[in-house]
Design a binder for this molecule. Sequence first.
Ligand code: FAD
Length: 377
Amino acid sequence: MDEASFGQLKAQVKAYVEGRASELARQIEETGECGRDIWDELRALGYLRLAAPEAYGGMGLSLSRYLELLELFSQMHGSMRMIVHVINGIWRPTDRLATPAQRERYVKPLVRGEHTVTFTLTEPNAGTGTDIRTSARREGDQYVLNGEKWLITFADVADIFLLFCRLEGTQGAQGTLALLVPRDAPGLTVEPMPPTMGLTGTGHGHLFLRDCRVSAADRLGEEGDGLDVAFHGFLDPSRICIGMTCVGLAERALTLAVRRARERVTFGKPLAQRQNIQMMIAEMATDIEAARQLVYHAARVFERGEDASAAASMAKLFGSEMLQRVTDRALQIHGGIGYFRGSEIERIYRDARAQRFEEGTAEIQKTVIARARIAAT
Ligand SMILES: Cc1cc2nc3c(=O)[nH]c(=O)nc-3n(C[C@H](O)[C@H](O)[C@H](O)COP(=O)(O)OP(=O)(O)OC[C@H]3O[C@@H](n4cnc5c(N)ncnc54)[C@H](O)[C@@H]3O)c2cc1C
């Protein structure tokens, strides 16, 4: 896409986020639903195929270009942001080791919006990574799966689960599998989970696999490639994107805080004229800019084709902790009224908290960063 077309697209996204999306945010909070009509609207606008290659029906934006738009999208309601983030990202791990036949059957229809795939890693009884326990046993041209997955975003609407499990008797990354499990696979049950603190309207599910049968032709890559698909196919670019969603949401929180500080008069002066409030605003703005630069640094490492794991984890770690600091201060500047339902900062504060779990906690990011740093020294 040339500069002029990208400029137009960015202006269109900005107008959508500031206009129509803010109406939808109110609607989602009132009804508790972020329904099919909102998915359809985002699809029709082309906002769910921004980052996928043109050859697959996407717009082919580079990661850095996509991040510029994601900063804007992240100022929308958390559930709308989640749709944009997941659908613009999930094609990558699905595509990473796909055969030409799998690409035709799964990746291209995904980009075209003909089906929805969701990332299915977390388990109730294991850590999120090398100790996953959901097991697979090969029987002829099928795998027989047993185990559980939970906290899975869009489990209510997904047609296909990009699910990670391991061959019976294996340990660590060895024997891990990435499988495309159709929702109607025999032996798979999906139960809805309770509503979350924020992200109103996003469904999450608990999956039970009891002798669930999946075709071996729906395995991505070889046996043993499962965690490569999960980490390098999905989590590295996705953690960079989460870093940017933190920047976008923090920017919105800061804008609201500054507006409030200008309007609110106490003891004869607007809050914005008080030095302590100005110091808070300066620190918030600096925190956001530092996070933004770290995100773009990680994106450049990724775009050069280098190992981006540590840089992505730094962007995610710093971004999510920055967002916590900024939203806390923004709420403080609003005063007590900001704590009440119906105020935008109250919703942002709840939506922001999810970012400290999405794509791994701070502790897990630190483990990745430390491992890389120790290995490099
Ligand atoms: C809103 C939401 C949506 C989600 N969507 C998805 C999804 O679509 N797909 C999916 O697969 N998952 C999803 N998750 C799960 C998310 O990725 C996990 O919650 C996250 O990775 C943490 O794993 P856990 O919940 O199992 O925490 P636990 O592993 O139980 O960890 C609890 C605490 O202990 C710390 N901890 C754990 N292990 C260690 C260790 N070895 N050393 C030091 N500290 C440790 C953790 O950092 C954390 O602070 C979602 C979660 C949320 C909240």
